[in-house]
Ligand binder design. Structure first.
Ligand code: SF4
Length: 409
């Protein structure tokens, strides 16, 4: 009898889409229940140290549970040779073709969506053409390759016809869309086409700061494009930003954020910071704290600097001791949590249209326009009505549950 195959998808939404692209070909072998799987494919993340560790730990956990383990995804793209040499207990496949060949399956193409009916991700490109000093992604993902606009719009139409309410456009550097393929930035044109299809919400993730002004008008023109700005800034000290090779400074970010909040009604900003980058002084760190306190940003992702082989920053002098990095990281995480709670407390009494993401008996969770799936604030909906995933309802916010909200309808 053919072996049953389970999948664990780690990392970001882009990786989830890769997993979803694999599912149709596995069809008859695939099981959602890892207990009955003899083979477990781990679609790994190889971005930073903590993600690499998680991938390896998962592999060991599955081996201990007696599974045959297959590693694929980013960690393999980055460390194929090392994994093959040093981790002989697992199988390692860099490409979908190799993996399917091993399982004796044909590549049937297509995609099986695993997210609830309320949202689906849509990948618009792969790789990254920037050269941020700390980032290994371009080394193993290659330069940015945009998908053809017709192909993306066709997939978006399919998602719309299947009843997905929110479509979330993702890639390593979403704002770069089109530059490689059409010689010019084409995100505005793409968003226009996707918005036209009639989704309840269209959302963009991973906007590179310097390119945001190009796309700003889309947020004013297209009603179903949610005013959600996911703009990783990584630091605010000019000295560190320069070393990071990000191509902007504090004054640019400040002006950009002010402009967004002034010009786009209901705008919410999410951003991320890397703390403990080489040569970060106490003074640079304090600048981060001060900038966070200015409250342009509702959601902060905090990452401890991870020294990645093959990057420019790897060999920089002034690497920060682990203990200092961890202390600084903990302070920023705490601050980020407090800021979010402050933002949330201001929502009490307001009314929002929310999109239901999850219904489990009495527990109903939904999202406002200012929340992206899986990472941001959820609204716990209290109601006597029977609601379905993908439904849109109006709620009144009545309370705060830390990072989440309570809404009544
Ligand atoms: S924009 Fe910079 S941080 Fe983001 S994937 Fe590209 S190189 Fe890495």
């Amino acid at each position: 009898m053919a072996k049953k195959v389970g999948i664990i998808s780690l990392g970001c939404p882009k990786n989830l889409v890769e997993t979803e692209n694999l599912l149709p070909s596995l069809k008859r072998l695939y099981t959602q229940d890892l207990r009955e799987a003899q083979v477990v494919i781990i679609n790994t993340c190889g971005f930073i140290e903590s993600a690499k560790l998680e991938s390896i730990e998962k592999a060991f956990e599955m081996l201990e549970r007696g599974k045959e383990v297959i590693l694929t995804g980013c960690l393999v793209q980055r460390y194929e040779r090392e994994l093959k040499e040093e981790f002989k207990e697992v199988l390692v496949f860099k490409s979908k073709e190799e993996l399917l060949k091993y399982l004796g399956l044909k590549d049937l193409g297509g995609r099986e969506i695993t997210t609830p009916k309320s949202y689906a991700y849509l990948k618009i490109g792969e790789g990254c053409s920037r050269r941020c000093s700390f980032c290994a992604i371009p080394n193993f993902k290659g330069k940015h390759r945009s998908r053809k606009m017709e192909e993306i719009v066709e997939e978006a139409k399919l998602l719309f016809d299947l009843g997905y309410k929110e479509v979330v456009l993702v890639s390593q550097d979403t704002t770069f869309y089109g530059k490689d393929l059409y010689g010019d930035f084409k995100l505005y044109d793409l968003v226009k086409e996707v918005c036209k299809l009639g989704f309840y919400r269209v959302r963009l993730l991973y906007l590179y700061p310097t390119e945001v002004p190009r796309i700003l008008k889309a947020f004013k023109e297209f009603e179903n494009l949610v005013p959600y700005f996911d703009i990783p800034i990584q630091h605010i000290s000019d000295k560190i930003l320069k070393s990071m090779r990000r191509g902007y400074d504090e004054s640019f970010i400040r002006k950009l954020f002010e402009r967004i909040l002034k010009e786009v009604e209901g705008a919410t900003i999410r951003s991320s910071l890397i703390v403990g980058y080489p040569s970060e002084t106490e003074g640079d760190f304090k600048k981060l704290l001060k900038f966070m306190d200015e409250k342009y940003v509702r959601y902060w992702g905090i990452f401890k600097y991870s020294r990645e082989e093959g990057t420019h920053a790897y060999s920089l002098k002034g690497q920060i001791p682990k203990k200092v990095k961890e202390e600084r990281e903990a302070i920023l995480i705490e601050k980020a949590q407090r800021i979010l709670e402050e933002f949330n407390s201001k929502e009490v009494g307001k009314e929002y249209e929310v999109l239901i993401d999850q219904v489990k008996g009495d527990e109903i969770y939904a999202r406002t326009p200012f929340s992206a799936p899986e990472i941001d604030t959820l609204v716990q909906v209290q109601t006597k009505r029977s609601l379905r995933v993908g439904e849109v309802v109006k709620v009144k916010i009545t309370g705060v549950l830390g990072g989440d909200l309570i809404g009544v309808c």
